[in-house]
Design a protein around this ligand. Structure first.
Ligand code: SF4
Length: 400
């Protein structure tokens, strides 16, 4: 079957799934209330978002320079840093670091999703656990994420209870309350965090001047995954780089606020392996946290995308997920409308980063170009403009 036929079947199936629509309508309602509260309490975020858009506009053409600067800073901090031109290069670097037979705990990472990192590590004989609760549910279901921040947005609690019963080999009641389900995952994963050989994460933004990764989260899984194992590996898309630590802070605040949080439970700043100078002021690496810290910056088509005057806007995306709650197509189909990234912006990603024109075409022609996403977007990314440009490129490449 062709990609288009598969896609049509998938998206039509989703559009007629009442349970999916119910789960999404609840999530959308609660997101809109939360974001209005968050922006109402901290209205300065709206001006800060404009500042962040200017930072992105200025620096997105300088990703390679910023990546080199960040690599130097990380090496000075006694970490190791790498620039991968392609997904294959990134996978090879990580495989060489990891080897086989390892226990790995992993935080949610869209870049990891983009290059199929978990599957790759599993194929090489490693035991990998997703530790973000939603991502853990998706992994155990053998499914794929349906939202960039809430990957299991489409799974109702009864299905989670059924799934967890299988995972722990013990029957959980289908009307288990959500707290009980969360506690079950906590107990199951806690042991993995402390036995793991390696923790893998992404990053929300990276300050090139100090090589500092900012990682925003609520669950505490990132703190454990990047703090407990002896080795921390981070995979970061190069578009996440900004020049200074103060720029990175602004990107972080705008990201969490537009992701509907007044403040997240945790923001981790990681610049190197753990160290201490407590005995005779001699700096010694490998204290309580990881002894090794590796960061891989992935290009994977981003520098090429940055050269396009219209489509480069896709690289300004903070992955706050706000646009998805405004999109009328996403409201009835969830992540079935998309590829690795969802909704209209996912079409640009599929075309330029994944180089899957058939998928990109399917998404580009599902998009209504209504522009509701642009209204919500802190970066004011003009998705309709990008979709029209992409359709033009598609038509030209077909010679029609
Ligand atoms: S396109 Fe805009 S609203 Fe959507 S995830 Fe990216 S930054 Fe957020």
């Amino acid at each position: 079957m062709s990609t288009f036929k598969d896609y049509k079947k998938e998206i039509m199936g989703a559009a007629h799934d009442d349970r999916l629509r119910l789960a999404l309508s609840r999530a959308i309602k609660s997101f809109r209330n939360n974001i209005n509260d968050a922006l109402g309490k901290f209205p300065h975020t709206i001006n800060m978002a404009e500042e962040v858009r200017e930072i992105k506009e200025k620096t997105i053409g300088e990703m390679e320079k910023l990546a080199r600067q960040a690599c130097e800073a990380i090496e000075e901090n006694k970490g190791k840093a790498y620039i991968a031109k392609t997904s294959d290069e990134a996978l090879k670097i990580i495989s060489d670091l990891v080897g086989d037979g390892k226990l790995i705990v992993k935080g949610k990472s869209m870049t990891g999703e983009e290059i199929g990192l978990r599957e790759h590590l599993e194929e090489h004989g490693n035991e990998v656990y997703e530790t973000d609760l939603g991502e853990f549910i998706i992994q155990q279901m053998g499914s794929r994420p349906m939202h960039i921040l809430s990957p299991a947005i489409h799974v109702p609690r009864e299905d989670v209870a059924r799934l967890f019963s299988k995972v722990i080999g013990q029957e959980l009641s289908l009307d288990s309350d959500i707290a009980k389900l969360v506690a079950t995952a906590r107990e199951f994963l806690r042991d993995k965090f402390f036995r793991a050989d390696i923790g893998i994460s992404g990053a929300n933004v990276v300050a090139a001047e100090t090589g500092t990764l900012f990682i925003i989260e609520n669950e505490g899984n990132i703190r454990l995954a990047t703090g407990a194992p002896p080795v921390h590996i981070a995979l970061v898309g190069m578009e996440k780089l900004v020049p200074t630590i103060s720029d990175a802070y602004k990107v972080s605040e705008v990201t969490w606020r537009y992701a509907n949080y007044t403040v997240p439970s945790y923001v981790s700043l990681v610049s190197g392996p753990s160290k201490t100078g407590d005995i005779e002021k001699v700096t010694t690496y490998g204290a309580h946290g990881p002894k090794e810290f590796h960061v891989i910056f992935l290009d994977g088509g981003r520098t090429e995308l940055a050269k396009h005057p219209i489509l480069r806007q896709a690289l300004y995306c903070l992955r706050c997920g706000g646009c998805l709650y405004e999109c009328p197509v996403f409201a009835v189909t969830a992540g079935h409308f998309g590829d690795k990234y969802f909704a209209g912006i996912g079409a640009v990603w599929a075309a330029i980063i994944s180089k899957d024109m058939e998928k990109a075409t399917s998404i580009a022609y599902t998009c209504l170009t209504c522009g509701r996403c642009k209204q919500r977007c802190p970066m004011k990314i003009d998705v309709p403009e990008m979709i029209i440009e992409l359709r033009k490129l598609i038509a030209e490449s077909d010679g029609t």
